[in-house]
Design a protein around this ligand. Structure first.
Ligand code: PBG
Ligand code: ZN
Length: 332
């Protein structure tokens, strides 16, 4: 299979930096997950996630300009459509007027040096809230799902995303995306970051509330990995490498550092990402508020731990604070 490509990994300055096998986290290690809505003028506070908002595309400049000035290198986009009706195939995911495609185009224009990743999934856009397309009986139609997800990935790449990051956990979606990106002649400049080992976790609650993606029936246990499934995670990582992933992700972060260690062993020559998810973020805020420990020290220790276990890129909602602290520490 035509899957091993090196050019996507070196198509951007950040991509080239991530090839260094560093043991220190820096500003380049931070990818900030942000929520974009189709509501013009919106800046809506997210219930379970202190200091996080969903933003209208027209307010992205005011939101991100100060962060870019402070050294923000990359973002990952999540779309939260609120104006139009959702359908069973998630048509809003790649609606040219939808929040993600509009935001990609806007951000490329506003911040030419910002690395733009787009999360690829259907759950924010489907009427049933599942991450794929379903058979009539409510179970996942894997083939239809990966065909559709690959089309969405191509649409984001076409709009200008440097990186597409499928979080759906359907079988063989990396191969499908790789193939459709090749056919669209976009593969060489598009990084494929796979949420390879994504677990069915109880720590996604605040995120699902933020984007309105809780499934309307059932749960995600037939496509996300069981918490105890270290073997399946290892197989998923190896499979995604074979299918052509450029970056391998583990999610959530802290409770799954052994899996991140496995990723370092199984994919030693790939950059590895880890997602410190909404529940981890909310937990640390709650712990600090309860006096368990110092907020900055708690957050920084999690960063150090994730890098120690093998992460080169960390998706974290603490990115704004971490950028500020790196500057503060430099001045000392
Ligand atoms: C959806 C998706 C989820 C997250 C990222 N993409 C939630 C889920 O799988 O239900 C979680 C992120 C977070 O909790 O911060 N595919
Ligand atoms: Zn999903």
């Amino acid at each position: 299979m035509d899957s091993e490509r090196l050019h996507p990994s070196i198509a951007t300055p950040l991509g080239r930096e991530l090839q260094a096998q560093s043991h220190q986290w820096t500003k380049s290690s931070l990818m900030y997950p942000i929520f974009i809505t189709d509501e013009a003028g919106a800046k809506v506070k997210l219930g379970g996630m202190p200091n996080q908002y969903r933003w209208g595309v027209d307010r992205l400049e005011e939101f991100l300009k100060p962060l870019v000035q402070r050294g923000l290198r990359s973002v990952i986009l999540f779309g939260v459509p609120v104006l139009k009706d959702k359908d069973p195939v998630g048509s809003l995911a790649d609606d040219p007027q939808g929040p993600v495609i509009q935001a990609i185009q806007k951000l490329r224009e506003l911040f030419p040096n910002l690395y733009i990743a787009a999360d690829v999934c259907l759950c924010e856009y489907t009427s049933h809230g599942h991450c794929g397309i379903l058979y009539e009986n409510g179970t996942v139609d894997n083939q239809k799902s990966i065909d559709r997800l690959a089309d969405v990935a191509v649409a984001y790449a076409k709009a200008g995303a440097h990186c597409v990051a499928p979080s759906d956990m359907m079988d063989n979606r990396i191969g499908a995306m790789h193939q459709k990106l090749v056919e669209a002649d976009l593969r060489d400049k598009t990084t494929l970051m796979s949420y390879s080992a994504k677990f069915a976790s109880s720590m996604y609650g605040p995120f699902r509330e933020a984007v309105g993606s809780a499934p309307s029936f059932g749960d995600r246990r037939c496509y996300q990995l069981p918490a105890n499934a270290r073997g399946l995670a290892r197989r998923a990582i190896q499979r995604d490498v074979r299918e052509g992933a450029d970056i391998i992700m583990v999610k959530p972060g802290l409770p799954y550092l052994d899996v991140l260690g496995d990723a370092r062993e199984l994919a030693p020559d790939h950059p590895r990402a880890v997602y410190q998810v909404s529940g981890e973020y909310a937990t640390i805020h709650a712990a600090a508020a309860a006096g368990v420990g110092d907020f900055k020290a708690l957050v920084q220790e999690t960063m150090t731990s994730m890098v120690r276990a093998g992460a080169s890129l960390i998706l974290t909602y603490f990115t704004p604070e971490l950028l500020q602290w790196l500057d503060d520490d430099e001045k000392k």
